[in-house]
Every structure is written in structure tokens, then in C-alpha cells.
Design a protein around this ligand. Structure first.
Ligand code: GLU
Length: 463
């Protein structure tokens, strides 16, 4: 049997990490078994669905490299199919027309509650033989006894007594098929064999299985992934640093790092921490999915991103950081210069955005440097400037003006002047970068070149 999975987001917001992880699991399962992976946009809630969210979800899926094997299916375009399934349920006697008004159904539920039972519709119209009429909805004739049993890929065996499930509405009085009916119709029409979704849907599954059974169709295999929690094991939210996928892209995370990190949230392969895409596909077979909720750790995600950035060929990193450098206002920096900057600074940045920002002081002219007033006051003292003047004289004539030699010159200067490195490096660093940061001084100077180093030293000495 060929495996067919789908990811079925509702376009009521951007793609978040919970949805992204579900999508990754669905994509991996299909790829592992050489099956197919589809995308379905569940856009029937017209009040909350927005085209911009559909576009954003599709863009995030592309960015994550989770391309579906066919054009997305839109629920909003499938009313005919849903109606044919409703008709089939009615024709086979598995569903019936119901004339009860919502207030009546509320009252039935309340009465059941008062009897200490589960609030449910009492089946009043089940045997009335009503037909289609304005205000009538269609309900499924749920069996009166028995259990719905399924073997969840993640949670194991789940059994629900049918008495817990009342005769659910499959088509509303306004003619709109309900969510569970639509999902069954879609999953069947799309040939879905494995449904992996968030466990907020686990209560829908027995209902959907009842619909499959009533239609005489084979239900797919289900797997319900536990929610992702915050580090404090509370429901994940913005305050935990969880963001939409599109925001991670804008922050300069690498899609492969996010995919790697999210795959490990609730799935593992031994102790392996980093996986290539091929390894994920090879190892992910739908087993070893953890039934316990995993906790999201933004610090670990950034760490994971930093490791991935450092492992990239530097030319590739340079190409990826280029748009972020442009965002900082620097267009047209040649690729080899960017690659050099990446090599110098990548050990110090966790994201592409941070990497770009870390080396922009080397791209601006001295009068445009963002000076840290605190560092200027602390390090560009009279004594500090005195050392810089002495260094300027040496830098003006030393040959060659290159990293290795500059390192030796600095050390010799500190030694010969009977100073400590702590007296010389901070003023020099502040003069070159505008603040007490950056990477090795000799590399910074090599990159800037003699002329620019002398300009920067002169500029601060005259301040
Ligand atoms: N549209 C649902 C959601 O976004 C997914 C339902 C499903 O996967 O069956 O939660």
C-alpha cells in the first residue's frame, strides 16, 4: 500500500511551530515510504479565514521545503462532494432529517446534564421519517451501543463508547456540511492513508470513524501528536518566545535548522541531535513518536540554528546573509567580502540577522558608526587615546598590513610599552567598531585595511 498523508491547516493565522511540526511529520512519513504528501486548506470558516493567511502558510511550507505533491485542495471549493456524501448517508438510512431547533437541543443537553449524563441530543427525530425542509438539519444515526476503537500511531489503542457520542449533525440547517463530514469526505477523496494531526482533534476521530463506517469506507490510520508546551510546561504562547514560521524566516533562522529542531520535538532517533534532510527521511517511519508533550525551548532552537550556520560552506552562508545585509542598508557588497565577514563573525551570531548586524560596523564610514557612549567614555580616555596615537604611528608604516603581522605588532606593542592587553585592546576595539564588541582585532584591521584603520584612530583621537 502506498502511503498518502496530508497537512490540513485552517487559514485563520500564520503557520506556527505546532502546525509546522505536524506538517513535517506528515511530509517525512510520505517521503520515507515513497508515498505522497498533500496540502488541504480548511477554509470553510469564512468569518475567520483570510487569503493572506493561506498565502503565508503556503510560503512558509515552501520555505521549510515541505512541497506537496499536488496543488492544494481548498475545502471552500468542495461543497458538491460534501453534499453527495450527505445524500449517500440519507439514502442508505445512516442519517436522518431533524427539525429540532437549537434551543430545543440545548434544553435536551441541559436535561441530560441534570440527570448526571453526558449532554447529548436525545434522538427525538431519529425515527420520525422527516424530509428536507427549511430549518431541517441532517444527523448521523449513531449506533445505539458498542465502541469505536482505533489504534493511534502515537497514543496506542483508544476506545470510546458510542453512548458518549450523540447523533451528530453532518449538514446544518443552512445547508452547510459540518466539519467532521467535510474532513471524512476530503480524506477519502484524496486517498489519505495516514492522518497525523494535533491531539486537539482526538475527540473528532471517533466521530469521523462513525461517518466512515456509515459510508462503508475504510478509515485511514490516525496519529495524534501531543501539543507543544512552553518550557514551563504551560500552553505554548508568544511569551515563551514561540513565533510564527514567517517570523523565524524574518529573524534569519535557517529552514533546515527549524525543521531539524521541530522534528526532534516529540520524535527521536537515538541521541542524534542533527540530521540532514536525507537522514530525517531515512529514519522517520512514524514509529518512536512520543505520546508525552514536548517542551519548546527557544534557546535550544537558536543554538541549533547557530550550529547549522557554522556547518554551512561559507559561500552558502554569505549568499543567505546577503538579504539581511541589504536590510541593514548595504547593497551590492561583493560575495567574497561577505564570505570573509561570515568567516570572521559566524562563531558569534546565532541568526543570519544577528550575523549581518554583527559586521555592519565594518561596512560603514567612521562618521556613521553607532557609537556606544558608555564604551567611548570608559575606554577612549586620555590614556587610551595616547596608546592609539602610538599605534597609529606603527600601523602607518608596518609591512605587510595583514592579520598575522598585525597580531604580532599588537603583542609587541603591549609588551614593549609595559602595558597590559586590557589597557590597549578596549580603546582600539571601541575606535574600530564603535563599541566593545566584534571579533579578533587583527582580523578586523586586516579587513578594514590600513587607510581606514588610520582614519578611525585619527577620528577618535580628535574627538
Ligand atoms: N484544520 C485543522 C487544524 O488546523 C486540521 C484538521 C485535521 O488535520 O484533520 O487544526
Amino acid at each position: 500500500m502506498s502511503i498518502v498523508t496530508r497537512f490540513a491547516p485552517s487559514p485563520t493565522g500564520h503557520l506556527h511551530i505546532g502546525g509546522a511540526r505536524t506538517a513535517i511529520f506528515c511530509w517525512l512519513l510520505a517521503r520515507h515510504f515513497n508515498g505522497r504528501f498533500y496540502l488541504r486548506i480548511e477554509d470553510t470558516d469564512t468569518a475567520r479565514s483570510r487569503q493572506e493567511y493561506t498565502d503565508s502558510i503556503l510560503a512558509s511550507m515552501r520555505w521549510l521545503g515541505l512541497e506537496p505533491d499536488a496543488e492544494p485542495v481548498y475545502q471552500s471549493q468542495r461543497a458538491d462532494s460534501y453534499n453527495s456524501y450527505v445524500d449517500r448517508l440519507l439514502a442508505t438510512g445512516h442519517a436522518y432529517w431533524c427539525a429540532c431547533m437549537p434551543e430545543e437541543v440545548d434544553a435536551m443537553r441541559e436535561q441530560a446534564r441534570q440527570r448526571g449524563e453526558k449532554p447529548r441530543y436525545n434522538g427525538k427525530c431519529r425515527e420520525r421519517g422527516l424530509g428536507r425542509a427549511a430549518g431541517h438539519c441532517v444527523r448521523l444515526k449513531t449506533p445505539l451501543s458498542g465502541k469505536v476503537v482505533f489504534d493511534d500511531m502515537i497514543k496506542g489503542a483508544i476506545a470510546v463508547d458510542v453512548t458518549e457520542l450523540d447523533d451528530m449533525v453532518v449538514c446544518r440547517a443552512d445547508g452547510m456540511p459540518t466539519y467532521n463530514l467535510a474532513v471524512v469526505a476530503d480524506d477519502h477523496d484524496m486517498g489519505i492513508t495516514h492522518v497525523i494531526r494535533g491531539d486537539d482533534h482526538v475527540t473528532n476521530t471517533p466521530r469521523q470513524i462513525l461517518i466512515y463506517e456509515a459510508l462503508g469506507l475504510k478509515a485511514p490510520r490516525f496519529g495524534h501528536v501531543p501539543m507543544i508546551l512552553g518550557p514551563d510546561r504551560q500552553k505554548l504562547s508568544k511569551r515563551h518566545g514561540a513565533r510564527a514560521v514567517i517570523e523565524y524566516e524574518q529573524d534569519g533562522l535557517l529552514p533546515q535548522a527549524l525543521v531539524n529542531y521541530l522534528s526532534r520535538l516529540g520524535w527521536s532517533h537515538g541521541d542524534q541531535e542533527f540530521f540532514s534532510r536525507e537522514e530525517l527521511v531515512r529514519y522517520f517511519d512514524g514509529s518512536k513518536l512520543n505520546p508525552a508533550a514536548a517542551a519548546f525551548d527557544p534557546v535550544k532552537l537558536e543554538w541549533c540554528n547557530a550550529q547549522t550556520m557554522r556547518a554551512l560552506p561559507v559561500e552558502e552562508l554569505a549568499a543567505l546573509v546577503a538579504p539581511f545585509v541589504e536590510q541593514c542598508g548595504f547593497k551590492g557588497i561583493p560575495g567574497d567580502r561577505l564570505a570573509r565577514l561570515c568567516l570572521m563573525f559566524r562563531e558569534r551570531a546565532n541568526t543570519l540577522k544577528a550575523l549581518a548586524r554583527s559586521f555592519t560596523p565594518l561596512l560603514v564610514s567612521v562618521d556613521a558608526l553607532a557609537w556606544s557612549e558608555k564604551d567611548v567614555a570608559k575606554h577612549l580616555t586620555d590614556a587610551g587615546k595616547c596608546h592609539l596615537r602610538a599605534l597609529s604611528k606603527i600601523f602607518a608604516v608596518c609591512e605587510p598590513f595583514a592579520a598575522k603581522e598585525l597580531d604580532a605588532i599588537l603583542n609587541a606593542f603591549v609588551f614593549d610599552s609595559n602595558l597590559s592587553f586590557k589597557e590597549v585592546a578596549p580603546p582600539l576595539r571601541t575606535a574600530l567598531m564603535g563599541f566593545m564588541g566584534g571579533t579578533h582585532l587583527h582580523e578586523i584591521m586586516d579587513f578594514l585595511g590600513r587607510e581606514e584603520v588610520l582614519v578611525r584612530l585619527d577620528y577618535v583621537c580628535r574627538r
